[in-house]
Design a protein around this ligand. Structure first.
Ligand code: NAD
Length: 450
């Protein structure tokens, strides 16, 4: 078959693959950039800015902009009705200079290599910023878990893990939950890895059920970190020395968003609006977050909650509140809607929710953004504590875990806020300067092999 034999698609691009298999590479290149490509462009922009600030040479900048290893795998899955479907998965290890790679696994239909690369890069800076001895990694499988049965999900998970098996391990690369994955997913990963090893290896994943060596406090750790960062920012920006009555809107009501809303409400804040993929709800006098969580657990969405009014997804981002917590996906605060954001503080529970263009607009409007690599670092901090407990075959109490989490979060926040004040940077620029600087320092100290 020569190139001229390929069928021409509707868009006029010659495709080697018939249409029913989706767009060809040529069509994809002509299509608008994916969410992941935009996230990767943002991550590269932030790195370039940090590299300039730190005076890194071009070679070092190039090395830090390039993932160390990327693996793309095909995951064949047998559906309940007997059909065979093939989905794509990825695992990217962005940097290993400060220790084994660490990062979540995302199950989402739109995930692609670019998104996973961006998320892995942010993991590298995050681990360095909070001072835990890991490099950055991320994984993703392009499936919608909501459309799979539990048995199908288990098969996808186990087969994906089998395909990335050569890369992962407690001393090499340690996955954790992210969008669309949870404790159960981590249990299947641990079991698949252990079955191949021939013995139980709890330290291969974090965010496991406590029955399998998961850490107390891990399930709520990212949200607890968001709460700690939000309260520090509220105090620092002078909005409130006590969080009492500060108003909060949360986008995304999953593992991070629902508990972030709960912990902020527990601290005295008034959570007035939340959203998830199914819709958004608002109650200016304050939502009963526990009741809303129960409603979402029962129905699968916050939509339809009785003691609140419906709201559009866009309206939630533009509410006049003290704190906006984006805790869903990347690229939601953009140049388009940033001029209409009225929150005083944006505390990024999600990774990459604010584009670089939006960052400029928010800063120009006096809105403080507590960046993802700081605000949502609580998850990887307690993942690290879980891994330490697993490798020592020891466990800490919930109180001990929380003290260590708080200590690392508060130290990181202070370091970022101090550098930002000293050098007139945004909190994101300061956080990246610290994270990227520490990774560059590790490279310099280790030297280059051979
Ligand atoms: P999750 O799958 O548990 O929850 C995602 C939530 O976002 C769901 O409620 C979903 O309905 C909602 N959502 C999706 N599209 C939406 C939209 N357009 N508008 C409003 N809501 C929408 O995922 P998670 O683990 O809570 O992760 C959320 C974010 O936090 C991601 O960016 C993830 O990378 C980041 N993060 C997660 C962890 C962790 O420990 N799970 C740690 C650090 C960062």
């Amino acid at each position: 078959m020569t190139i001229t034999d390929f069928p021409t698609t509707a868009s006029g691009v010659r495709s080697p693959i018939p249409d029913r298999h989706g767009p060809s590479l040529g069509e994809r290149a002509l299509a608008a950039p994916s969410l992941g490509e935009r996230a990767l462009a943002a991550a590269r922009f932030q790195l370039a800015e940090a590299s300039r600030f730190l005076g890194l040479d071009d070679g070092m900048h190039h090395m830090l902009a390039t993932p160390r290893r990327s693996l793309t795998v095909s995951v064949p899955v047998r559906r309940e009705d007997g059909r065979l479907e093939v989905v794509q998965g990825h695992r990217v290890q962005h940097n290993l200079s400060r220790g084994p790679a660490k990062g979540g696994i995302r199950f989402h239909p739109a995930t692609d290599l670019a998104e996973v690369t961006a998320l892995a890069m942010w993991m590298t800076w995050k681990c360095a910023l909070v001072g835990i001895p890991y490099g950055g990694a991320k994984g993703g499988v392009a499936v919608d878990p909501a459309t799979l049965t539990t048995r199908e999900l288990e098969r996808v998970t186990r087969r994906y893990v089998n395909e990335i098996l050569p890369l992962i391990g407690p001393e090499k690369d340690i996955p954790a939950p992210d969008v669309g994955t949870d404790e159960q997913t981590m249990a299947w990963i641990m079991d698949t890895y252990s079955a191949n090893a021939g013995y139980s290896v709890p330290g291969v994943v974090t965010g496991k059920p406590t029955a399998l060596g998961g850490s107390l406090g891990r399930a709520g750790a990212t949200s607890r970190g968001v709460q700690i960062a939000a309260l520090q920012a509220l105090a620092q920006t002078g909005r409130a020395h006590s969080p009492e009555g500060a108003t909060v809107a949360v986008q995304g009501f999953g593992k991070v968003g629902a508990l972030a809303a709960q912990y902020l409400a527990d601290a005295g804040c008034r959570v007035v609006a939340v959203s998830d993929a199914g819709g958004a709800v608002v109650r200016p006098s304050g939502l009963d977050v526990a009741a809303l969580r129960a409603h979402a657990a029962e129905t699968g969405t916050v939509h339809g909650y009785r003691d609140a009014d419906p709201l559009s997804h866009d309206e939630l981002l533009e509410l006049d509140v003290d704190v906006l917590v984006p805790a869903a996906l990347e690229g939601v605060i953009t140049a388009d809607n940033a001029p209409r954001v009225r929150a005083r503080l944006v505390v990024e529970g999600a990774n990459g929710p604010t584009t670089p263009e939006a960052d400029l607009i928010l800063a120009g409007n006096g809105i403080t953004v507590v960046p993802d690599i700081l605000a949502n670092a609580g998850g990887v901090i307690v993942s690290y504590l879980e891994w330490v407990q697993n490798t020592q075959a020891y466990s800490w109490s919930a109180g001990e875990v929380e003290v260590k989490l708080r200590d690392l979060m508060e130290n990181a926040y202070r370091a970022v806020a101090d550098l930002a004040a000293e050098r007139d940077l945004t909190l994101r620029q300061a956080a990246h300067a610290i994270g990227v600087g520490r990774v560059a320092e590790a490279h310099r100290m280790r030297g280059l092999y051979p």
